[in-house]
Design a protein around this ligand. Structure first.
Ligand code: AMP
Length: 113
């Protein structure tokens, strides 16, 4: 069950500010408030999905493709395609997911620990 009051839902509704990196019709990318590497960007789709499985199983394929193409675009914009990066998505309690709106972490700009 999707919680409309999670922090990323509030960011999407412009109720909370974020440091925007990139936005299009289907996705929003912004800096993580507590960066774990020199570059730490979060990417979220504009559909209300709780986690990876919810997004993949319950979303139009065009939106899924658009989201992951945007991830690649942002990696390019951040100039970390050649130097390397890590994409992470946490899911559920054991995965350490804190915010219940599907998102990916993009980490780079240095050797990621
Ligand atoms: P996760 O543990 O995968 O759910 O990651 C949630 C991430 O959201 C963490 O890395 C937090 O630092 C980040 N975060 C929480 N609140 C905000 C916010 N208002 N703006 C940007 N990032 C946030």
């Amino acid at each position: 069950m999707y919680d409309n009051n999670n922090i990323f839902a509030k960011i999407l509704r412009n109720e909370i500010a974020c440091k925007k990196i990139y936005e299009d019709n289907n996705s929003l990318f912004f800096n993580d408030i507590n960066p774990q590497a020199k570059i730490h960007v979060l990417g979220i789709p504009k559909v209300n999905r709780v986690d990876f499985s919810d997004f993949i199983l319950n979303t139009d394929e065009k939106i899924i493709t658009s989201f992951f193409l945007s991830v690649d675009l942002v990696i390019d914009q951040l100039s970390i395609k050649k130097t390397g990066f890590r994409i992470i998505t946490n899911s559920g309690a054991d995965g350490g997911q804190e915010v219940p709106h599907f998102h990916v972490h993009i980490l780079g700009g240095e050797k990621v620990k």
